[in-house]
Design a protein around this ligand. Sequence first.
Ligand SMILES: Cc1cc2nc3c(=O)[nH]c(=O)nc-3n(C[C@H](O)[C@H](O)[C@H](O)COP(=O)(O)OP(=O)(O)OC[C@H]3O[C@@H](n4cnc5c(N)ncnc54)[C@H](O)[C@@H]3O)c2cc1C
Length: 311
Amino acid sequence: MMYAGAKALFYGLSSSAALKRLASKYGMRSRDSFARRFIAGETIDEAIEASRSIQAQGLHLTLDYLGESVRTVEEADAATREYVRLLDVIVASGIERNISLKLTQLGAGIDRATCVDNLRRILEPAGRHGFFVRIDMENSPWTQLTLDIFETLWQQAYRNVGIALQAALYRTEQDVRRMNELGARVRLVKGAYKEPKAVAYQRKTEVDAAFLRLMKELLDSGTYPAIATHDPAMIDATRSHVLEQRIAKDRFEFQMLYGIRRDLQGTLAAEGYGMRLYIPFGREWFPYFMRRLGERPANLGFVVRGILREQ
Ligand SMILES: Cc1cc2nc3c(=O)[nH]c(=O)nc-3n(C[C@H](O)[C@H](O)[C@H](O)COP(=O)(O)OP(=O)(O)OC[C@H]3O[C@@H](n4cnc5c(N)ncnc54)[C@H](O)[C@@H]3O)c2cc1C
């Protein structure tokens, strides 16, 4: 219960304007401000700098320009242009060509056609420059639309794109099967959002059991799946499964979030597994940051210490 309760609390707080103002004031203002543990910076240049240091450690990366739930066509257009600019900056910088994005940032909440057009505006140059584009999965009201838009682009022969699926949702078993049929690349995650009982498992043990089933299905029948977790039990089970089934290390990868379990990231890379870090940056970092607190309320300690230090 604590599992779902903490998520719900922080999810609720993430829409508090007062808290957002307070966090924005202190969270990123100096190099060791508290939000920097999870966010690479507010500018593209800071994200590129963080990416270079991650690559130097032998890790792979995907860059995420933070933003979600935009409300107007103009905001969706601005986010799309920023992503297209990000592609150019990444190409010029020479870092790995891999980005992640959210469809509500590209206008999924305004209308489907706008979002499809905006996604195509990104996939087009991304394809020309050899990028891989991962569509993050947002909370359950967006699941079907996200998958529909993904399939629309897939049927138009865009193949430089993949999707994230959440083990917490009951429906994911069937979505994994569908993605495996298509040959589409899936990032498997537990799920970061507070979801109702009608659509999602509420207990950690149930989510973990689903994650293990789906991990096996993706490794056995999927296309270069990404096993995205910091949970040592999930990682050990993945290692055991690939050993038993003789699945080569280059047929899948692990993924983790920037700033979380850096020890494990290094260990897995040193063992020869592909290890990709999700590197978020941008001014709209507050909702992402609150989800990270919800996953581990103990993180609140370093936030409070950080704020006190800056007084
Ligand atoms: C690369 C990547 C991409 C993701 N993309 C999505 C997405 O598109 N949609 C989505 O819903 N979710 C996404 N997530 C988040 C995911 O759904 C989980 O909320 C998150 O990964 C925490 O779950 P866990 O698997 O690490 O396991 P948990 O059981 O939550 O945690 C296991 C252990 O990991 C460590 N840990 C986990 N979270 C934290 C934290 N915040 N701070 C410090 N330590 C922590 C702790 O040691 C904890 O005991 C993504 C996660 C990753 C790694």
